[in-house]
Design a protein around this ligand. Structure first.
Ligand code: NAI
Length: 351
């Protein structure tokens, strides 16, 4: 029995969210069930994570796809990149169902979209999986962009710290890093070099301790991190870290991280703005990885990527200025900047 809630009102939902294309794909031989969302190609071909996850319903997957692909559009627009936003969701468990046949079928679907969809690995997929997609005709990026992401987060911290203490030096600044994965580990290393006082936490306590020992910083239990008194909290694990519940625990002066959608909802955005904690919007601070990927597509060297990643501090400053002049939260201001750029390109495209 098809899920009626998915089919009903899909087009009007696309109109409301401004989504360009929504593609439902299935392949009975491999068992593929996938939803591809191309949110916007105004600025260029859309870059999208290929996520493999056992969503509990098609409706849940579609909602996640619309949100993720739009976030990618906003990130590219805010970072000044000539890329759009997309995502491909494969409704399967990566541990139990991932197979060469499933990935090849996904690649075949994306091959038909290769003029406007560029695939990168995301939750549940690896860069090796992307090579299977490529063999089936998909256009892909393979590079792990985590080091560029971490560098962009450090640049953002410097801009935010300057707005708080009139200094771009992170020496002695107390930074609590949540999630010591690909980005978190590199971030801890960079912050240690800057002389920041770093505390690291990961649900995998051993991992946090190993990295802490390597860089001479402290490690605490993951549950303790949000209660820690610090200058900057840096969520580098999952989204929705700042919620109506968790906001009461926070004892930081600023939040600057790599995770996507750090603030749970617009209501929490308002509360956070009123709390006096300075929030650097994640889609601005974590754009370093996307800059690195665009650099790969353009065939530029790493120095060029690094130069552009360093421009993120200026973009964070622009967000703070726009917040002061245009009002609302820092997230509202960053959205205005991104949407303005999209609007200008659309006007140019139609004239
Ligand atoms: P990852 O999967 O390598 O690392 C995440 C780490 O967080 C893992 O070590 C995990 O054990 C830990 N973790 C999960 N829940 C936690 C919790 N509640 N408390 C403490 N630790 C927890 O991921 P990666 O690549 O480092 O990315 C981190 C975040 O940044 C993700 O949300 C990702 O979507 C986002 N991001 C990553 C980019 C990149 O270049 N890798 C680019 C832009 C965003």
């Amino acid at each position: 029995m098809p899920d009626q809630r998915v089919a009903d009102g899909v087009l009007s939902r696309m109109v409301a969210t401004g989504t360009e294309e929504l593609i439902f794909a299935s392949d009975p031989d491999s068992g593929l069930q996938a939803i591809v969302v191309i949110d916007d190609t105004t600025l260029g071909p859309a870059l999208g994570g290929v996520r493999m996850h056992p969503y509990s319903s098609e409706h849940e997957a579609m909602t996640a796809g619309l949100r993720l692909s739009h976030a990618m559009t906003m990130k590219a627009a805010a970072a000044g990149l000539d890329l759009g936003g997309a995502t491909a969701l494969v409704l399967a468990s990566p541990d139990k169902e991932k197979s060469e046949a499933l990935l090849t079928a996904t690649g075949r679907v994306l091959s038909g979209l290769s003029d406007r969809f560029i695939a990168v690995n995301d939750v549940g997929t690896t860069s090796e999986d992307m090579l299977v997609l490529q063999r089936a005709g998909a256009r892909i990026c393979t590079r792990d962009p985590s080091s560029f992401t971490a560098e962009g987060v450090v640049e953002s911290m410097k801009a935010i710290w300057k707005s708080i203490e009139a200094s771009t030096s992170l020496k002695g600044v107390r930074v609590a890093v949540q999630g010591i994965g690909n980005v978190g580990e590199r971030l801890v290393g960079l912050l240690a070099t800057e002389g920041a006082v770093v505390t690291a936490a990961d649900v995998d306590r051993r991992r946090a301790e190993t990295v802490a020992t390597k860089y001479g910083v402290m490690a605490v239990d993951a549950e303790e991190l949000l209660d820690l008194e610090c200058d900057i909290l840096s969520p580098c694990a999952m989204g929705s870290v700042v919620t109506f519940e968790s906001i009461r625990r926070l004892r930081c002066r600023a939040i600057v991280g790599a995770a996507n959608n750090i603030v749970e909802s617009p209501g929490v955005e308002d509360l956070l703005a009123k709390s006096g904690i300075v929030y650097a919007p994640d889609f601005v601070t974590n754009a370093g990885g996307l800059i690195g990927l665009e650099n790969e597509l353009l065939g530029n060297d790493d120095d060029e990527a690094r130069r552009r990643v360093h421009e993120i501090s200026g973009r964070v400053r622009a967000v703070l200025e726009e917040t002061e002049h245009g009002g609302g939260t820092t997230i509202d201001a960053a959205r205005r900047i991104a949407l303005d750029r999209l609007r200008m390109h659309r006007v140019r495209r139609h004239t």
